[in-house]
Design a protein around this ligand. Structure first.
Ligand code: C2E
Ligand code: MG
Ligand code: MG
Ligand code: MG
Length: 291
């Protein structure tokens, strides 16, 4: 009897697993066609200088509107794209759209400063990547200072010598890097010091876990370290005024989060830029009287 039950259970897992795999295969198939079907687009989230109360740039984030499933989160489809080898084409599309958008903003005099693009490790380590970036900058007549590539610590850990080489060639033409989700991986301090890193993006987990009585020791330690290394920190996931105040008190230079703006589409982002230029960002926050 026991055997029967076990086998029954085993088969149940089997079914569930094969259903999950089938679903992933179906989703990957859809993702492959998503671009030509016009289901992909970018949204932009502003980044704020917390001390001077001005816009320092934005991050481009990919969105997929699936015809039946609705919005699929990048947390779901980016890993899938990496597994299925679709990330090269997808990442390339994102990079080109970001460059195109930057050019438009520069032409139209919108208060554009810099655009951050998330780059997968596979993409960074692909042999033609550096040349492709050079070509795009040339095509859209962009100064490299307008572009920042966001990579995660895992990239550095996977193959540090390859990653370092790719980063150095890109840095030779003026491209800088930020370390995304900083603190969730294991960056060696030695590498942080010697790689062309312009910003650390403090992972939102740390910001979320900050509570006034514990004063966010991890956040404080990260900020002290980064100041010693002379690398500015941008805090991710600032959702409320308490987060903002604690970060600013601890000397955090920059921030990004729902408190200021969610990632938004072009017209809304432009409106945000205009408002930021005339009235600042922090001054106009609801309940900012206490700031
Ligand atoms: P990420 O690069 O760390 O991006 C930050 C994520 O935090 C975004 O989620 C953003 O919408 C979200 N976020 C921003 N402010 C807040 C806040 O105040 N509270 C909370 N709870 N969340 C906030 P999103 O857009 O879902 O992207 C998730 C991840 O997917 C990104 O994390 C990035 O790793 C990846 N991703 C997104 N677009 C691309 C892309 O074009 N290429 C690659 N390779 N990865 C991408
Ligand atoms: Mg990012
Ligand atoms: Mg992040
Ligand atoms: Mg992330």
């Amino acid at each position: 009897e026991v055997k029967k039950t076990q086998r029954g259970r085993y088969c149940f897992h089997c079914d569930e697993m094969s259903r999950k795999i089938q679903d992933a295969v179906a989703l990957a198939g859809d993702l492959e066609k998503a671009r030509e079907r016009g289901e992909l687009f970018l949204v932009f989230q502003p980044q704020i200088n917390l001390i001077e109360d001005c816009l320092v740039g934005c991050e481009a984030l990919l969105r997929w509107h699936h015809p039946e499933r609705g919005m699929v989160s990048p947390g779901q489809f980016i890993p899938l794209a990496e597994e299925r080898g679709l990330i090269y084409e997808l990442g390339d599309w994102v990079l080109e759209q970001a460059c195109k958008q930057a050019r438009q903003w520069l032409d139209r005099g919108v208060g554009f400063r810099q655009i951050g693009v998330n780059v997968s490790s596979l993409q960074l380590l692909e042999p033609g990547f550096c040349q492709r970036v050079a070509d795009l900058l040339h095509q859209y007549k962009l100064d490299p200072g307008y572009l920042e590539l966001e990579i995660t610590e895992t990239v550095l850990m996977q193959d540090i010598s390859l990653a370092e080489r790719a980063m150095r060639s890109l840095n030779c033409m003026g491209i800088c890097f930020s370390i995304d989700d900083f603190g969730t991986g294991y960056s060696s301090l030695r590498y942080l010091h010697r790689l062309p890193i312009s910003r650390l993006k403090l992972a939102q987990e740390f910001v979320r876990d900050m509570v006034p009585d514990d004063e966010g020791v991890v956040v404080a330690a990260t900020l002290q370290m980064s100041h010693k290394l002379n690398i500015p920190v941008i805090a991710e996931g600032i959702e409320n005024l308490t987060h903002f105040q604690m970060l600013r008190e601890q000397g955090c230079d920059q921030g990004q989060g729902y408190l200021f703006s969610k990632p938004v589409m072009v017209p809304e982002f432009e409106a945000f830029c205009r408002a930021a230029e005339t009235q600042g960002v922090i001054q106009t926050l609801p309940e900012s009287g206490s700031v």
